[in-house]
Ligand binder design. Structure first.
Ligand code: ADE
Length: 227
């Protein structure tokens, strides 16, 4: 998979891809993440990327020309499945959406800033708008990091035990079950006996019950029939 991220703050996105699982995925060439500084695609001495909104009002608006230049230059080399714009107005990111995106080959991710982007960018270039939650961030960069993390970890070969992503919270509309590691007892708090029993069937049943109970208590909305 290739992910091209267009941003005015590439430094903000440097660190998330240089550590842990995402770094390994990049090192193994399972995924390539390219950061493109939007300012490099802006014209003129001042490389202007934003301007005042027509009609007045507070805040600056991201201009269409630099975005068009950047996306068009990327498209000369690569065909993209989606051009994603991160915005609080977008479709809420959830596990099914991450699953679907993990099957794609090439993605452009556009990070917004300021008051917003010129509406014509959405009309001309954006195929999918994604929000990571019902709150407003200062820009799309942190949301892009969240999106890319949630997608890349699902690509086969990224998480060493491939099956572990299948048992994530939300994959079957259940939260993950409780997990424990050594010691078997800490200050009187004991690990449930069944997990030490070696009976795989009983362990699986316990994990399912634990996931169900946790979901009932914390996220009963996930158990509601969508019909
Ligand atoms: N940009 C600003 N707020 C955002 C959000 N909640 N999700 C995605 N992008 C954003």
């Amino acid at each position: 998979m290739q992910i091209d991220i267009i941003t005015l703050l590439p430094e903000l996105l440097d660190s998330p891809f240089r550590h842990s699982i995402l770094k390994r995925a990049i090192d193994k060439k399972v995924v390539t993440v390219n950061l493109h500084n939007l300012r490099d695609y802006a014209a003129g001495k001042h490389q202007q990327v934003d301007d005042y909104p027509y009609g007045g009002g507070a805040g600056m608006v991201m201009m269409i020309e630099p975005v068009a230049n950047c996306i068009e230059s990327l498209r000369e080399k690569t065909t993209y499945d989606e051009v994603i714009y991160l915005s609080p107005d977008g479709q809420l990111l959830d596990q099914p959406m991450a699953n679907q995106l993990s099957l794609k080959q090439n993605l452009i991710v556009l990070c917004g800033h300021y008051k917003g982007i010129d509406e014509r960018i959405r009309e001309a270039f954006v195929s999918l708008e994604i929000s990571i939650g019902n709150y407003v961030l200062t820009g799309g960069e942190l949301a892009a990091a969240v999106l890319v993390d949630s997608v890349v970890r699902l690509i086969p070969g990224v998480i060493s035990d491939e099956t572990s992503a299948l048992f994530d919270s939300f994959q079957d509309n259940l939260l993950a079950p409780a997990v424990y590691t050594r010691p078997a007892e800490f200050r009187g708090q004991k690990v449930p006996d069944v997990l030490l029993s070696g009976h795989q069937e009983q362990i699986d049943q316990w994990r399912y019950d634990s996931a169900l109970e946790r979901t009932r208590q914390r996220r009963p909305d996930l158990l509601e029939d969508p019909e």
